[in-house]
Each structure stands twice: as C-alpha cells, then as structure tokens.
Ligand binder design. Structure first.
Ligand SMILES: Nc1ncnc2c1ncn2[C@@H]1O[C@H](COP(=O)(O)OP(=O)(O)OP(=O)(O)O)[C@@H](O)[C@H]1O
Ligand SMILES: [Mg+2]
Length: 115
C-alpha cells in the first residue's frame, strides 16, 4: 500500500499549522515525523485518518484519492492511528505492530471493520 499526501494545508483560525505537506510513504516503509511540540504531527495524523478535514490538499491510497470523514472509514482502508494522549489504549509490553493489530481486532469485533 502506498500513501501519498499532496499539498496538505490546515489552519485553526489564524494559526496556520500545516503549510503544504507533500509526503509519500511506500508499503513496508517506516517514516518518523519529527517536530517540536505543536509542530503539527498529530494534526497531520488526524487528517490522514479522517478525524480532521484538511483545508487544502489530497490524500491518496494506491494512487486513488480518498476522502475520509471519520477514522472508521480510514481503518477500513488500512489507516490506523494510535494517539499518544490515549495511554489507556496502549499495551506497553507489546510492539507498535501488535498495538496496531489489537486496535484493528477491536474494530473488527465492534463491527466497525478494519483492514
Ligand atoms: N482542535 C484544535 N483546535 C485548535 N487548534 C488546534 C487543534 N488541534 C491542534 N491545534 C493546534 O495546532 C498546532 C499543532 O498541534 P499538534 O497537536 O498537531 O502538534 P504536535 O506536533 O502533535 O505536538 P506534540 O509534539 O505536542 O504532540 C498547535 O498550535 C495546536 O495548538
Ligand atoms: Mg502530537
């Protein structure tokens, strides 16, 4: 699966947080987003996962534009986000991949669906 972001912009009121993000992540690739507090990492994750709408820009999965309106839609397409704020949702003894799988399995059990 390939994820491609083109020209993602997001502002909250006067606060221009994301000013045109272009990013391609290929299948099997691990990418770390680094930035100081408030840089916009979580905002970008929320846009990719459909939790926030972008003001501009597109998200593509495998060269097809997607327009998720909620995280459940993104999960069905294979996008899963674990937020740092929700520590009670994490299993510290498990790996990142195992945590993602656990969240996916829970969504499947709930009938929400997950890829
Ligand atoms: N729902 C919101 N309403 C208004 N401003 C927001 C909202 N969400 C994020 N922001 C602002 O957007 C900016 C980026 O925040 P974000 O949480 O994406 O940063 P971050 O890089 O994830 O920071 P951290 O390292 O602290 O997790 C900050 O200025 C934050 O105050
Ligand atoms: Mg964050």
């Amino acid at each position: 699966m390939q994820l491609k972001l083109r020209g993602i912009r997001k502002q909250f009121g006067e606060n221009e947080v994301l000013k045109g993000i272009d990013l391609t992540v290929d299948g099997g690739e691990v990418v770390a987003l680094l930035g100081e507090n408030g840089a916009g990492k979580s905002t970008l994750a929320r846009i990719i996962s459909g939790a926030y709408p972008a003001n501009e820009g597109t998200v593509e999965i495998d060269a097809t534009r997607v327009d998720f309106h909620k995280p459940q839609d993104a999960m069905k397409a294979g996008i899963q986000v674990i937020y740092q704020e929700f520590r009670h949702n994490l299993f510290p003894q498990l790996t990142v991949a195992e945590n993602l799988y656990a969240a996916c399995a829970r969504a499947d059990a709930n009938g929400t669906g997950c890829k």
